[in-house]
Design a protein around this ligand. Sequence first.
Ligand code: HEM
Length: 94
Amino acid sequence: MKLIKNLFIISLLNLAILASVLFFTPAPQTVPIPQTALSSEKCVIVIDGLHYDVTSFRNQHPGGDVFVCGTDMSTLFHSQHPQSFLKKLSKYQI
Ligand code: HEM
């Protein structure tokens, strides 16, 4: 009987410890990141030796955000698009 009583006290103590650990553990701090900040970093790519700032275009591109900023994307561009599409990029040239 005494053993059962001791076991009961121990399990109550364990519960109390668990409850206090849960109570005092601070919730992880989450910092909301605005969606615009995720893709607003300036993104410049090179096609056929010319530089394009695609920072705003990368969100509008029908083929999705395929851009690897700071790289020469000529091969990928030409593999997916006719040469005439370069004209559509002219406004982004810097
Ligand atoms: C995996 C690579 C790519 C895929 C799958 C892809 C896919 C597409 C698709 C499906 C379209 C729409 C085509 C249409 O309107 O007939 C498009 C348009 C376009 N893409 Fe890509 N693209 C890729 C890479 C690129 C790259 C590297 C550039 C460089 C800036 C680029 C620039 C453009 C431009 C300027 C347009 C025309 C947008 C417009 O009509 O307003 N694409 N792309």
